[in-house]
Design a protein around this ligand. Structure first.
Ligand SMILES: *Cc1c(COP(=O)(O)O)cnc(C)c1O
Length: 433
């Protein structure tokens, strides 16, 4: 039996074949999409394939590696930390990297934020935000059991986060098990008065504890952008009714919208902010949910049961915290701040150069995020995703279009020749569609 296994392993020569044997990939229907691309190395904005192929990473691997893959500064700091303290229970113990990170985050977060609660990933950060809102009211003796969210939102794949996300193929099978959520559309110039009216009715008919929203840009919905001035009146209504405002900045946080946080551009500040993805510079998973003193105080009590009894084993892992400290230091550096401005200018210029194309519609730019919609007939949607992905792959570019939306969200450190190659791959596509 043993020798049989060894022979099997020898026969499975490529990474792709060995992968297919035991691995179940996320967001993948293995029957129709058996192909995966083995990557053996990543540096800066380049991904290196097992077969010698190279791809420019146009979305910073889901907006995590914003300072480039395998960033030497981040790696160096984490390597040093590894020699000192690797992991410790964060209930009853504390350590320098967590404390330093909390201090660093206070310097970049909106000034009303006072406390940070650690977890592992974006979904847990929003899950904790939702729990903070529900338990805040529970602790105060208020009967509030419902969360308000935007239609087409995406907040993650755990149950609270799924419940608050717009219905789709991701969460559809679990709909009967969701927590109570009511929804309104994202506000635009045309509908804001109507959305406000809907919100005011919902506030009367339901016991809303919290409002979770992706500020300025809804990522997974297709980089849908909306304006601060249209969100502000909704947030004001929430504040008037003591509805806890939870900004899900898992995607928008840490410079991507042109400011440290998208909430910096919105006059009404959130009570709770969820962070993950590029928080740790793409090196190690971690998340933080920050909140105001007012939220924290509602849990501060002689009554044990009023505490926030949520923990993950790797909470505030010292290595993750160190990666996050390095990330915030890089974010604040002059070179990264300049890069953010330069990428924004390049995106605007590129947008102008394609705006008259008949297949290009709804060009939008926010910070380093560029998106447009392909003006293509609906019937072709299903196959379109694969066609687009294959096109960019053949151009040596990794982009991951969302439906008919093509977006770029590059690392701040992308070289201008790499960014030009991405733009060019889009121009080549427009010549074909
Ligand atoms: C990615 C994302 C999440 C979920 O984060 P995970 O780390 O994938 O669990 C939640 N909210 C937003 C806005 C995201 O972009």
């Amino acid at each position: 039996m043993k020798s049989q296994l060894i022979t099997d392993n020898r026969q499975l020569t490529t990474l792709r074949e060995r992968d297919a044997k035991h691995i179940w990939h996320p967001l993948t229907q293995h029957k129709t999409h058996p192909e995966v691309i083995p990557i053996v190395k990543a540096k800066g904005s380049v991904l290196y394939g097992e077969d010698g192929s190279e791809y420019i990473d146009g979305i910073a691997s889901w907006y995590t590696s914003m300072y480039g893959h395998c960033n030497d500064y981040v790696i160096g700091k984490v390597y040093d930390q590894m020699q000192q303290l690797d992991q410790i229970v964060f209930s009853g113990f504390t350590h320098e990297p967590a404390i330093e990170l909390s201090e660093k985050l206070m310097k970049v977060l909106p000034s009303n934020q006072q406390k940070v609660f650690f977890s592992d990933n974006g979904s847990t950060s929003t899950e904790i935000g939702i729990k903070m809102a529900l338990q805040y009211h529970h602790n105060k003796g208020n009967q509030r059991d419902t969360i308000l969210a935007f239609e087409e939102a995406f907040h993650g794949d755990t149950f609270g986060a799924m419940s608050a996300s717009g219905l789709s193929v991701y969460n559809g099978p679990f709909e009967d098990h969701f927590i109570k959520v009511v929804r309104v559309p994202i506000p635009t110039k045309g509908n804001v008065a109507n959305v406000l009216k809907q919100l005011e009715e919902l506030v009367i008919d339901h016991n809303i504890a919290g409002f979770i929203y992706e500020p300025l840009v809804q990522g997974a919905a297709g980089m849908k952008m909306y304006k601060a001035e249209h969100l502000e009146p909704l947030l004001e209504v929430c504040k008037q009714h003591e509805i806890i405002c939870i900004a899900d900045e898992v995607m928008t946080g840490f410079g991507k919208t042109g400011t440290h946080f998208a909430s910096d551009q919105i006059s009404v500040k959130p009570d709770v902010i969820c962070m993950s993805k590029s928080l740790t510079a793409g090196l190690i998973p971690m998340a933080v949910t920050s909140c105001t003193q007012q939220i924290y105080d509602a849990f501060y009590s002689n009554d044990m049961g009023k505490g926030l009894f949520h923990a993950h084993t790797y909470t505030a892992n010292p290595l993750s915290c160190t990666a996050a400290i390095a990330g915030v230091e890089l974010l604040l550096s002059e070179s990264i701040q300049n890069a953010i401005k330069n990428i924004n200018v390049s995106h605007i210029q590129f947008g102008r150069s394609v705006e008259d194309h008949s297949k290009v519609t709804n060009i939008r730019v926010q910070g380093v995020i560029f998106a447009f919609d392909l003006n293509i007939e609906m019937e072709r949607y299903g196959a379109l995703r694969d066609q687009l992905f294959d096109h960019f792959k053949s151009e040596g570019v990794f982009l991951r279009p969302l439906g008919n939306t093509i977006y770029i969200l590059p690392a701040f450190t992308i070289l201008s020749k790499e960014l030009d190659a991405i733009y060019n791959s889009i121009k080549v596509l427009l010549g074909k569609v």
